[in-house]
Design a protein around this ligand. Structure first.
Ligand code: TRP
Ligand code: SF4
Length: 326
């Protein structure tokens, strides 16, 4: 029996290269060896976007389309939408009975986001319970592993605590899932901030070559390097981070050396990178266009995934209810 992994992504629109290297290619690397459940966490998005939820609906088909385009295979993975599987909500409710409040109040992501996000009121019941819902997402499929970025590790820890507590109270139902840490993507947005649609600094899988070239030409490089005659420092240059992924190894070394000795200018350096980036993303873009042309294909994949996920979730819930004595 293959081990089970579960991971989710909040719906934020089309996928960009930050998602590609921060999650999707990692997810893909597991699809042959694990039973994979990958889903769109639309209820989680609602914990922060409850005042303007329109992006959530718009994103769903786009995201699944983009996932498939990079080679995530619907014959190997189950793709689904969280809110289609109402059982997650029931398990969340039952967990909420047994989760001590201090576990949630001391959650580092909770404290950090309360501090940092000032544009929305996050003093809500749902937002405090964010990781309880996440635990339900994970445990309802009896996951053994959860591939996530470092920022999500505390939530997987909490998931283990909740599983342990449930098992202690009602008997062994849930395995304790391991966190499978994904290296965070080194690729920053074109303005050197974290790549994000909301910062308007992202390079999307769907961007046309012209658009990519334009964005790359706007990228901020080593900020100390004002003129071509100034030596640059590739280790702090975002263009160089892209080269490290998209340009072959020998050439990357060469570019690094030429940058440090001021033999190559940023304009030329960017042109080389843009070409390699475009070449690498083109197959994804083409696949996306094919999928968009046959609109039902992705919808059908999604409804099949929803059905598969739902049947597993139902089984777990029967067990859960009977253990509790409901
Ligand atoms: N909280 C995760 C994030 O923001 C998304 C998520 C929701 C998730 N449920 C999950 C990830 C279950 C892994 C497993 O990235
Ligand atoms: Fe960055 Fe390339 Fe310019 Fe060096 S030459 S600072 S690596 S863009």
């Amino acid at each position: 029996m293959k081990k089970i992994i579960v991971s989710g992504m909040r719906p934020t629109g089309q996928m960009h290269v930050g998602h590609l290297h921060g999650a999707l290619l990692n997810w893909k690397s597991f699809q042959d060896d694990y039973r994979c459940f990958y889903f769109i966490a639309d209820w989680h998005a609602l914990t922060t976007e409850y005042e303007s939820p329109s992006i959530i609906k718009e994103s769903k088909i786009d995201m699944i389309t983009d996932w498939i385009s990079v080679g995530l295979d619907p014959n190997k993975c189950v793709f689904f939408v969280q809110s289609e599987i109402k059982e997650h909500a029931e398990l969340h409710l039952l967990f909420s009975m047994i989760v001590p409040l201090p576990w949630l109040e001391r959650n580092p992501t909770y404290k950090e986001q309360l501090r940092e996000i000032s544009t929305r009121d996050l003093y809500t019941y749902g937002f405090l319970g964010y990781p309880v819902l996440q635990a339900a997402d994970i445990l309802i499929y009896k996951a053994n592993g959860v591939p996530v970025g470092e920022d999500q590790a505390p939530h997987v820890e909490l998931t283990r605590d909740i599983a342990r507590r449930f098992n202690y109270l009602y008997g062994e139902v849930f395995p304790l899932p391991e966190v499978m840490l994904t290296k965070t993507s080194k690729l920053l947005g074109i303005d050197r901030r974290k790549m994000s649609k909301s910062y308007n600094n992202a390079i999307f899988l769907r961007d046309e070559p012209k658009v990519i070239s334009e964005k790359v030409s706007q990228m901020i490089t080593d900020p100390q390097r004002a003129r071509k005659s100034d030596p640059g420092d590739p280790s702090i240059c975002n263009v160089y981070s892209f080269h490290e992924i998209y340009t072959d190894y020998q050439k990357v070394l060469e570019i690094g050396e030429s940058c440090r000795t001021a033999k190559i200018g940023c304009v030329e350096c960017k042109k080389i990178m843009a070409k390699n980036l475009i070449d690498s993303l083109t197959p994804y873009r083409e696949r996306i266009n094919e999928l968009l042309a046959s609109k039902h294909e992705v919808e059908d994949i999604l409804s099949e995934g929803n059905n598969k996920a739902r049947s597993v979730a139902r089984q777990t819930m029967e067990e859960v209810r009977s253990r509790i004595g409901l």
